[in-house]
Design a protein around this ligand. Structure first.
Ligand SMILES: Cc1cc2nc3c(=O)[nH]c(=O)nc-3n(C[C@H](O)[C@H](O)[C@H](O)COP(=O)(O)O)c2cc1C
Length: 185
């Protein structure tokens, strides 16, 4: 089973890179049965949705969409490394999800969220509505990182014991869902 960790912030100077690097390293050391891959929306560089057809038709006109489609289609589960902007997910996340439909269907997803005092919790709750509509299974287990800036130094994120423990619970739960849902896609 392939797990794709998706770094959703595309902002120059983003905290998300350090958080995603930590989670990626943690997941590679404790993979819970997954093959781990990594996708950075900054590199994937999708424009604002520019496909004329509904994604469920899978009639893509652009190479960037076909590349993104393959990454998502090849995955059995996802972790979104998600900040909170104005109590919601960043537009890069919404845009990347909007591009596709069937490629997301019947796959589980979890969140590593971060922000100010809320730890990105409002962003995740909003994101879950969208995942449900894409026929995904958002898992309850989550890594939440309040006051993310307090855990960063020179581009490195230093986790607490709670972050490490919740990362492991999240990976193990996601693996159970991925295994159960594999028969559906
Ligand atoms: C446009 C914008 C809106 C923000 N809104 C919130 C917010 O609603 N809640 C919060 O906890 N933090 C908010 N923040 C602070 C971010 O959580 C913090 O800057 C974080 O580092 C953003 O993730 P990034 O650096 O990976 O892009 C906001 C930051 C930006 C840039």
């Amino acid at each position: 089973m392939k797990l794709t960790i998706i770094l959703t912030s595309t902002r120059p100077g983003r905290a998300g890179k350090a958080v995603a690097d930590w989670f990626h390293a943690h997941a590679r050391a404790n993979p819970a049965g997954f093959d781990i891959t990594f996708a950075d929306l900054q590199d994937i560089n999708l424009p604002l949705l520019d496909e004329p057809n509904h994604p469920a038709m899978q009639q893509y006109e652009h190479e960037h969409t076909r590349r993104w489609s393959k990454i998502v289609d090849d995955s059995d589960a996802f972790i979104f490394v998600l900040p909170e902007y104005n109590y919601t997910p960043p537009s890069s996340f919404v845009n990347a999800l909007d591009y596709l439909y069937k490629e997301w269907n019947y796959k589980p997803a979890g969140f590593v969220s971060y922000g100010g005092i809320s730890g990105g919790i409002r962003s995740v709750e909003t994101a879950k509505h969208m995942l449900n509509t894409l026929e995904m299974v958002p898992v309850k287990q989550q890594v939440m990182i309040p006051m993310v800036a307090d855990h960063l130094e020179n581009g490195t994120f230093t986790p607490t014991a709670i972050h490490e423990k919740s990362a492991q619970t999240l990976l193990e739960t996601l693996a159970r869902w991925a295994s159960a849902l594999k028969t559906m896609h």
